[in-house]
Design a protein around this ligand. Sequence first.
Ligand code: ADE
Ligand code: ZN
Length: 361
Amino acid sequence: MNGLEISPFIQSLPKVELHVHIEGTLTPALRWRLAKKNNVPLKYATYDELLDSYKVTYNHRKEVNGDDGRPTFLEVYFAGCQVLCDEDDFYELGMAYFEKCRAMNVRYAEPFFDTQAHTERGIPAEVVMNGYLRAQRDGARIHGVHSTWIFCFLRDRPFEDGMKAYEAALQYATVNNGKGLFHAVGLASNEFDKPPLLFEEAFLRARDDGLHITMHCDVDQKDAADHVHEAIFQVCTGRGTERIDHGLNAVDRPELIQGLLDRNIPLTLCPHAYHRRQKTEVLFSKIQKLLEAGVKVSINSDDPTLMHDVWIDGALQKTQTYCALSKSDMVQLCRNAVEMSWAPKDIKAGILNELDAIDSP
Ligand code: ADE
Ligand code: ZN
């Protein structure tokens, strides 16, 4: 990881992860095995060729920079999804993440999932959610990792398709005597020309249903700061979102930083994801600026297996090293994640107690 080792201190911190796409945790090994099991053709003749494919650099802004032959991140991400076919596959994916969480001392997570990436391949939404629901229960029972998930609308698909997916998913929510898988909605996929307000009706509906609201505001996307502005000041009939995923471009405009502070809207940052495209000094000074302004942020991974295998522990390590943070600053970042989460009170209290007990001069 750019010559950085995860320190015993970072390893020992009790963690909460609030920004991770479950399909972005699919390891090449599991992808290879499921492809064979389900007879899904891969472009790669051997496992080594598949591994090599993870070393490519992406064309992050094809719409802006043109097609230079390299894939976009999301093309690679959706290609990975193809091997997930039956309920056990989704279960295994979830359980592999929770096993990894346990190894990293992640106590609680709010993974993003969507059903549209799977239903558009002919997989019934129930297959997806039954697998995740079992993983949610067994992740807590077997690995001690609790979770409540976040249903994402794919913002680059027709709005009506997203609403149909939401209607079908609602019986799996924590509300209305649902099955308890998810407690919030979010926005994922390609943000180019897809500002948050396009999904206003969906946010209002989800809020009426008693769910929490968050949304990706991708970094350095076209109109990035405008999207952050909509998320803070305009969505939910002007009340704003509860959380923003990424949102780093708030540093571009003082009124956005002020808006985050005034409205108490925290950011789920994924520093390694940005570090792939931004110079160390540039990126981490932006994060420092947010911290100094008092914006509440948490540190997360995003899509670790598609991002050089840097997980939440690596993201925390990078943040400590490149922002020159003390141990007590790091404890505070972990505390932020607990406070920003929508975890049940007892789970929050348990992790906060653990954090209070850490000796961090
Ligand atoms: N869906 C999965 N990973 C994503 C990412 N990094 N950005 C937007 N949508 C995503
Ligand atoms: Zn994300």
